[in-house]
Ligand binder design. Structure first.
Ligand code: ADP
Length: 498
């Protein structure tokens, strides 16, 4: 009998594998980092074989740690760093270039060109995305322009494009399957999230032959089986979703109006909007959250904050105000308030809903009495304020008031931050017992397709709260504080690029 689901979590800096049991509990974890390549300023690449080999390595290691073999696996679920772009030869599987990572800005000029001719409106209409180098489409265009013979070979049908999910499944099946799921497809900037097909108008403008593209599957369906050689027995491949989408599923945000926020280096907020794709009036992204088998796709609004946990690293590494990220909670709590200090950590500009690339950080409201604790506290508060900016934009777009926020990621461990988040949102913040929500989401998607779990309700029933943070601040104070934050953000915005 099958005992486990194996989740492959292929992240930006490491590959992880987690074995989940039927209760959604963790039986084994293995993790391996792999090299980040920076060939030029603003460029970020990964070696495709390092991605695959580290992922295969940790998958085998997790089985060994649990003393399990492949016959005990009901299925494999895959979740991955999104948008990262790969191109390889169909007959040999050989990559034609390093993977171009989502952070890579090399196609900024081309995106400017598309915007100047108004093509960003076409892109927004069909894909729900803003025209930005972040997404795969312009990266693939770059590869076809720059890799010798790539375009002619692509036109002859000799090449395959894929994001990391496609690449892993190609490897796991020895090239038998060239697929991607709807959530990953919806981050390529080539996929029409309404028609649920590759978008002809965009393919034509970006000069991308359709023969390159993977077949698009549901996020939860039996896509095929892995080759025997990898784990000693074939294993069904049955779940696939981009990391933030998987985390939203793993947080059991299955119903419209439910939202999760991941507090890592930056923050990623996703709000489930159900079967309706909501077009944002506030610069959020519209995306397919997932699709379960033949059901209608579930859509989400997404907003990201560029600097969240990274501001805590700044306190530790640049300012030397704290010795560890954990220490920030106690130091913030050692004073009653920030004494009017506001930190706006716009180190790399501001993300949603402002999208101001030229904004830079500021510390405002300093007085003679402002000390270490005030600055640390104000920095943690800035993470919650920035998240509220995104939540407000989402609520306005969706016409829904946030009922509660489910949280995960490294900085969600900070009790001070979570309490302040609840206070400044005026809504409860719920921290789950299992914060490995990304891998768990991939496992759930795979387990649902294979009958390891029977329904979304069964999964939602496994989601356990570790702690709820209820709002304690008065409405008056909340709005006064939030207004002061808004004023501070206004001070750093609207600079020019000089
Ligand atoms: P990522 O996946 O982006 O690498 P993680 O989810 O691993 O991020 O979280 C790491 C980030 O969280 C770091 O930026 C770190 O500064 C921050 N962090 C970790 N623990 C805490 C804490 N207790 N309080 C505040 N920030 C924290």
């Amino acid at each position: 009998m099958s005992d486990y689901i194996l989740a492959l979590d292929q992240g930006t800096t490491s590959s992880r594998a987690i074995l989940f049991d039927r209760t959604g509990g963790i039986s084994a974890v293995a993790q391996q980092e792999f090299p980040q390549l920076y060939p030029q300023p603003g460029w970020v690449e990964h070696d495709p074989l390092a991605i695959w080999q580290s992922q295969l390595g940790v998958a085998r290691e997790s089985l060994a740690r649990a003393g399990a073999d492949a016959t005990q696996l009901a299925a494999i679920g895959i979740t991955n760093q999104r948008e990262t772009t790969l191109l390889w030869e169909r007959d040999s599987g050989r990559p034609l270039h390093n993977a171009i990572v989502w952070q890579d800005r090399r196609t900024a000029g081309y995106c400017d060109e598309l915007r100047a001719e108004g093509f960003d409106q076409v892109i927004l209409e069909h894909t729900g995305l803003v025209t930005d180098p972040y997404f795969s489409g312009t990266k693939l265009h770059w590869l076809l322009q720059q890799v010798p013979d790539a375009r002619s070979r692509a036109e002859r049908g000799e090449l395959a494009f894929g994001t990391v999910d496609s690449w892993l499944i190609w490897q796991l099946t020895g090239g038998r399957l060239h697929v991607t799921d709807v959530s990953n497809a919806s981050r390529t900037m080539l996929y029409d999230i309404h028609a649920q097909d590759w978008c002809e108008a965009i393919l034509e403008r970006l000069d991308i032959p359709r023969s390159l593209l993977p077949r698009v599957t549901a996020s939860s369906e039996i896509m095929g089986e892995s080759d025997v050689e990898h784990f000693g027995a074939p294993v069904p491949l049955a779940g696939m979703a981009g990391d933030q989408h998987a985390a939203t599923f793993g947080q059991a945000c299955h119903a419209p109006g439910m939202a999760k926020n991941t507090y890592g280096t930056g923050c990623f907020l996703l709000l489930n909007t159900g079967e309706t794709p909501v077009r944002s009036a506030n610069n959020l992204l519209t995306t397919i959250a997932w699709r379960l088998g033949d059901a209608a796709p579930v859509y989400a609004l997404e907003g990201s904050v560029f600097v969240a946990g990274a501001a805590v690293q700044w306190l530790r590494d640049e300012l030397g105000l704290i010795a560890s990220a954990e220490e920030s909670a106690a130091m913030a709590a050692s004073v009653n308030d920030s004494g009017g200090v506001i930190v706006v950590p716009a180190f790399t500009g501001l993300g949603a809903p402002w999208w101001d690339a030229y904004a830079r950080g500021a510390v405002l409201g300093l007085t003679r009495g402002s000390g270490r604790a005030e600055i640390v506290r104000a920095t943690l508060e800035s993470i919650a304020f920035q998240s509220r900016d995104v939540v407000d934009a989402m609520s306005a777009d969706a016409g829904l008031a946030l009922q509660s926020l489910r949280v995960d990621g490294g900085a969600a461990a900070n009790d001070f931050l979570m309490q302040f988040q609840a206070d400044i949102l005026g809504a409860p913040v719920q921290r789950p017992a299992i914060t490995e929500t990304t891998a768990l989401g991939a496992a759930y998607l795979a387990g649902l397709a294979t009958g390891f779990w029977n329904s979304s309700e069964e999964i939602a029933g496994q989601w356990r709260i570790e702690r709820v943070f209820e709002p304690r601040m008065s409405a008056d104070e909340r709005e006064t504080r939030y207004e002061a934050w808004g004023n501070a953000v206004g001070r750093v915005r609207g600079r020019t690029g000089e």
